[in-house]
Design a protein around this ligand. Sequence first.
Ligand code: PMP
Length: 367
Amino acid sequence: MTTQTATNRIFNFSAGPCTLPLEVLEAAQSQFVDYGGEGMSLIEMSHRSKTVDGVHTEALSLMRELLGVPDTHHILFLGGGATLQFSMIPQNLLAGDNKKAAYTHSGAWAKKAIGDAKLFGDIDVIWDGADSDYASLPDPATLSVPTDAAYLHLTSNETIGGVQWKDFPTTDVPIVADMSSDILSRALPWEKFGIVYAGAQKNIGPAGMALVIIRDDILQSCPDNVPLYANYKKHQGAGSMLNTPPVFQIWMVKLVLEWLKGKGGLVYAADMAAKRSGIVYDAIENSGGYYRCPVDADYRSPMNVVWRLPSEELEAKFIAEATAAGLSGLKGHRSVGGCRASIYNAMPVEGAEALATFMGEFAKGNG
Ligand code: PMP
């Protein structure tokens, strides 16, 4: 087995799992076999040990600090990724008398959330982006949210379609948001959110864990008649250690959050996201129509930039030549085709610059 070094790393534009900060990988590598001089790896220790508990507590506390989560909300690290949340949310929030929830259908991930929610309640899809082929979003001010809904669900960033909510609706109904692909990239108006959840494998760390941030009154109203693992109240009661937690992931999350804090937190993340995505969107806009982004300019994602070339043959050639040039993971999702650059927090600006340069050269040579 060869050891990977910093010098043979390429620019990885995959949608998640995705590139992680090199400093984080190296920090984990240096402590992997013998954590803190204890003579064993962190992932070999009991999850009830002081050391693992310390890592867990520190990761939770850094998450609260960096995201600016107020005391009104609890933070949980759960297994099962974001997908488990699609059913945990309605199981907990629609278990009482009110079985009604409002959902927005903004693309592939919202569709999955709606599919699971329908198993548990009366789901009112109050906005559907089908007319724009899921390339746009509603103006939040025009959204009519039924006042009797237990919650309003939205997907803040559609990882496949490349659309992002820039603002969130103002409503008395608590918003439940899937932020899997843009968490930790901007400040959030916490007073609007009942639940924010995210799979870890983009801006948070490796796959295999979900972040769930839940308002206390919603947590307290979770019923007892849902299965143990699906019950938010039980997780919180156990300090987010109801069962054996994903210790390796939580350790990596702590390292990623330390890295982000060192860089300047959400202000840095938002600034870098605007820079990186600006470079790639400019490359599309300045190509004289060679590259075309189908997404409404008002809702373009700074995390997942999608674009088309004049033909599918050229797209295949573009992806093959980009890969050979050390720009990996640019193939669009298999359900939609085209190209996609996922440029999360750990992607250096140089990655976006290298991509833009490659795009310019490819267009010149294949026009
Ligand atoms: N929601 C969104 C917006 C996603 O991008 C993804 C994964 N790409 C998921 C949910 C599902 O996440 P997981 O694989 O962690 O279940």
